[in-house]
Design a protein around this ligand. Structure first.
Ligand code: HEM
Length: 147
């Protein structure tokens, strides 16, 4: 069956995207200038979101498809995490990434920018945690990790 490998690649692509956005944001906020912050915020939207959004959609779709073939307690836990990952991504991370890019491009680094930046980092950490748990549980289900 082809699906687990597609699920695996999409899941790692999506998780790596979030981890990269998180780390590069933290580093450029700490050590960068307004100009380099604007570059990173722009790269996160394009090509970042252009890679992340399809990867996340494929991960969810193939995950749900796999759950029809393989079920059980661990799969149920993974399925339960997915709406939180999706809501956090679409309602917090996506609008935040777009707003921060627009504001940074216009040089608007006021308190509003840093409040949204803080919220984005927290939401990113939450999704990174939930996705890591899904990777761990995925390897448990596929037998690549001891239960
Ligand atoms: C961000 C979300 C997710 C991540 C990061 C993720 C990650 C993974 C990983 C790394 C594997 C191991 C694949 C392999 O060993 O080849 C896996 C397997 C699996 N995942 Fe997910 N997953 C996610 C969402 C879901 C969802 C929503 C479901 C639905 C319940 C799901 C169901 C499964 C199943 C059933 C397997 C076992 C595949 C098999 O061995 O046949 N996953 N997942």
């Amino acid at each position: 069956m082809m699906k687990p490998i597609i699920h695996l690649i999409a899941a790692f692509t999506a998780t790596l995207c979030i981890a990269t956005f998180f780390t590069s944001t933290l580093l450029v906020e700490l050590f960068g200038t307004h100009e380099t912050i604007a570059v990173v915020k722009n790269l996160i939207v394009m090509p970042g979101l252009f890679i992340l959004i399809p990867a996340m959609a494929i991960t969810g779709a193939t995950g749900v498809a796999l759950s029809k073939v393989k079920s059980g307690k661990i799969v149920k836990k993974k399925l339960k995490r997915m709406p939180f990952i999706a809501a956090n991504g679409l309602l917090v991370l996506l609008p935040a990434a777009i707003m921060l890019d627009l504001w940074a491009a216009s040089g608007l680094f006021d308190s509003r920018f840093y409040i949204v930046q803080g919220i984005e980092l927290m939401a990113g950490a939450v999704n990174l945690t939930l996705m890591s748990l899904n990777i761990r549980d995925g390897f448990k289900v596929s037998g690549k990790l001891r239960k």
